[in-house]
Ligand binder design. Structure first.
Ligand SMILES: *Cc1c(COP(=O)(O)O)cnc(C)c1O
Length: 388
């Protein structure tokens, strides 16, 4: 499968057929598996062999999902988890020890920030943030105990784009484990491992499912690191349910098609809104006005499905726009076939101080649109009527 194209891999990489000769992969709703002999059981527990034993360890549906993501990301191996946060937490907890230091971009997913901010101190792990707009400052933050360099690109919700080639070089030079949360781009738009990432994490809840049905997460990358994460995960139990793995593996069959449409719709809407008099600015990686447009062009196949803009009228203006929308719904989620609007200052980022919000690019009137798969004219018309 390695020599095939993305679309073919995402459709054709599947479990070997069972004795029933099914065409579509069946769902293995079984908590455990039987072994043929006491000797087979001994060898499995001695980790000399790796058969299916128990679904907290592995399950055929989970394996298929992980194998597809590995093919699509160009990764050696991986594990699937119950949610994106389970993937992030399990990775950090497996790889870090008390006394270690992490460098991360300051605009990370809210719950990831809370792990750093609230729980790291409890485990005596420290962290420093760099500004996504100036990754060249990362090296000034490196300490002898720095172990991990962590980032998201494009960032949420400010849609900054971080130069993966540059951070890949910085990580190598300083012997840091580079971890990229690739949730916004998906492997269809960007493959961080090709730029030197050691591990790639996804909230599969977003574009990988793409239809707002299930939670899931996955971490893929270097064999030695994934092995540590796997051993920690099979003891602590963040495993993905086989049902969700089955859904997610099926969803991958349409990822390329869906992402093409998400990106086409988002670019169209960003272009149409760019000169709107009610907006201060529109940000989208593939608009030439984006400050990181050349970097986005270099590392992404298309600009993704998320646009943000700042409404004149600040905090109240942002909330008013949300309430004026008729078809587009208010929800904190993203990466769904339905277009979703979020006003970060009053919702996902309300716990941050005004200064902390501004530091990560969240202006009071900033609105994030996760552009869905509806007809682009209908999406645009709803936003235009809401802007008044
Ligand atoms: C949603 C999200 C997560 C968390 O994923 P869950 O599946 O909700 O646990 C992590 N990172 C990013 C960038 C996200 O958007």
């Amino acid at each position: 499968m390695k020599d095939k194209h993305f679309e073919t891999q995402s459709i054709r990489a599947q479990l070997p057929r069972s004795g029933n000769n099914e065409h579509s992969v069946p769902l293995y709703l079984t908590s455990s598996f039987v072994l043929d002999s006491a000797e087979d059981m001994r060898a499995a527990f001695a980790e000399e062999t790796d058969p299916f034993i128990y679904s907290r360890y592995s399950n055929p549906n989970n394996n298929e999902f992980v194998e597809k993501i590995c093919l699509l990301e160009g990764a050696e191996t991986g594990i699937a988890t119950a949610s994106g946060m389970a993937a992030i937490y399990t990775t950090l907890a497996a790889l870090l020890s008390a006394g270690d230091h992490v460098i991360s971009c300051s605009s990370v997913f809210g719950a990831t920030h809370t792990i750093f901010n609230k729980y790291f101190p409890k485990w005596n792990i420290s962290y420093s943030y760099f500004d996504a707009g100036s990754p060249e400052t990362i090296e000034t933050l490196v300490k002898p105990n720095t172990k991990i360099l962590y980032l998201e690109t494009p960032t949420n919700p400010a849609i900054e784009v971080i130069d993966l080639e540059l951070v890949g070089e910085i990580a190598r030079r300083n012997n840091l484990i580079l971890i990229v949360d690739n949730c916004f781009a998906t492997p269809y738009l960007q493959q961080p491992i090709h730029f030197g990432a050691d591990l790639v994490i996804h909230s599969a809840t977003k574009y990988i499912d793409g239809q707002g049905r299930v939670l899931g997460g996955v971490v893929v990358g270097r064999q030695d690191l994934v092995r540590e994460i796997y051993l920690f995960g099979r003891i602590t139990g963040p495993s993905l349910s086989p049902f969700n793995a089955w859904v997610l593996s099926k969803s991958l069959e349409t990822l390329a098609l869906r992402m093409d449409r998400h990106c086409e719709n988002a670019l169209y809407i960003a272009q149409k809104l760019e000169t709107h008099p009610a907006l201060e600015f529109v940000k989208y990686p593939f608009l030439p006005s984006h400050p990181h447009y050349p970097i986005a062009k270099k590392q992404m196949k298309a600009g993704g499905g998320i646009i943000t803009f700042s409404v004149k009228g600040g905090y109240e203006g942002g909330k008013k726009l949300m309430d004026n929308l008729k078809m587009i719904r208010i929800s904190p989620n993203l990466g769904d076939s339905r277009t979703i609007a979020t006003h970060p200052a009053s919702s996902t980022h309300c716990k941050l101080s005004e200064k902390e919000r501004l530091d990560v690019g969240i202006l009071p009137g900033l609105v994030r649109i996760s552009v869905g798969l509806e007809n682009k004219e209908d999406i645009l018309a709803d936003i235009l009527q809401a802007l008044g």
